[in-house]
Design a protein around this ligand. Sequence first.
Ligand code: HEM
Length: 484
Amino acid sequence: MDFSWTTATAALLAALAVSKVLQFVSGLKAVDYLPGLRVPFQPLSLPGMLLPEMSWNPGVIFTWTWRRGTRNIYRRFGNDTVSVVPFIYGTPTLYTQSMEITRQVVSVGEKTGVFGKAEEMSRIIRYKLVWNTTQKVYADMIVSEGWVGNATTDVPCVQQLISKMPIQQCFGIISRTTLFATAAPKWAWKLPLPWVRRTRQAYDTMRAFMNSQVQERRETINSSPGDNTAKDIFSLFVRASEDEGGKLGFSDEELIGNVFALLFAGHETTAHTLAATLGFLSLNPSIQEETVAQVREVTKGRENGEIIFEDYSRLDKVLAAFYEGVRMFPSGVYLIREAKQDTVLNLSGAGEEPNILPVKKGTHVITDMIGVHYHTQYFSDPEEFKPARWYTDRTSDGDLADAEEHTAFSVGPRACPGKKFAATEAVCLLALLLRDWKVVPLLSVNVSTGEKETTQEWRARVMHPVMGITMGVRDIPLTFVRRI
Ligand code: HEM
């Protein structure tokens, strides 16, 4: 029989099509045919992330872009948990906006090993050091940015202010180019394009910085073996690695990787949440003044309005503003877990008739933090910035019985170990900034008409998410007006 390329290609395509159909059917079975989206690619898979957003390719943060009206997937399919089954590429996945399912998966499921993710993290942080360092960064920033003596200062992108240390420019570039870094083959790094060159430089600078940090710590630790005084995270990693020694110790690459992951987990999330919080405070002057009043009350009678670490627990309105900022822009937007074995989820929630959903091993379950945070069952008026819902004394605002469980820092054994770190840094920085400056939106002016946009237009233009390593917020333009 003559060999024909056409026949061979057709046979290959037919085999591929059959395998995809079988895979799709097994995906539907894995989620027990729970209604939901049927799309070519899982939105969090590489093709899903890289291809442009279309009706057939929802995009990484479709739960935000589609959150209103009939496109909201939970409303559309009439359930707080829906399936997303890809027919070309990706893992069958359940998206949920139910805290009850989140508890079953992220809390109980993780504890029992039925659901899980990979690596472990140690939890050693000294919060007073965080507070004092934040104070120093604020003082340095006021000088280096030339704010001393200014009555007002315009800041076109408040994120850049919050990320001012030199190495942090590299952080910014790296976090914006994660998709490229994950997907690009080696040759693509050599392309003669300015942004590729800048990306390469950022990665090289960061690697060299990290390397020098490892070598420095290694020398110090080896030159005085009994000395355990250095408690920064880098030294702890290096010491742990040196103590294990031989094959069990970390390689330099692994050490750098771990510290890198920790720095990124903490940096981008906190910077974006602070920016979003300042943005919302600028849009809500009365809430801003209420928060400032607490700062004044706490620091009354102190020389220069000094704010100290011991004030943290009394600055609950500042903390509440930060929690509300992270509720509205949850940087850890998806909690992704994989079923480690065949299991079941109870979709009905506490107290109702059981409605059992079988879930096959390998299926992903994603808690959609946007869904949870804009769910009227948990938060009344979810589109409103209402820090009062987090106040310690929030008896008037009955919608948060378990306030701690609803924060954007996750629950269960793999909840964010940096929550207190972020909260300490945020309360200190926000209290200092608000004590000294009134924050107002920097409104743009229409060049042809000379008219200024309204604050509502500013909100509609600015307060949108962008996806880097985590979910952030667009550049936030603000004016800082000195308080007398
Ligand atoms: C606004 C600030 C922050 C937010 C919203 C945030 C949010 C989160 C969330 C939701 C998770 C859990 C992810 C999951 O369960 O899949 C997480 C994990 C983590 N966070 Fe944060 N985080 C913040 C700041 C920080 C800071 C400052 C640090 C470090 C100092 C940090 C270090 C980590 C680490 C290491 C993990 C992984 C924990 C594990 O897998 O066991 N985070 N974060």
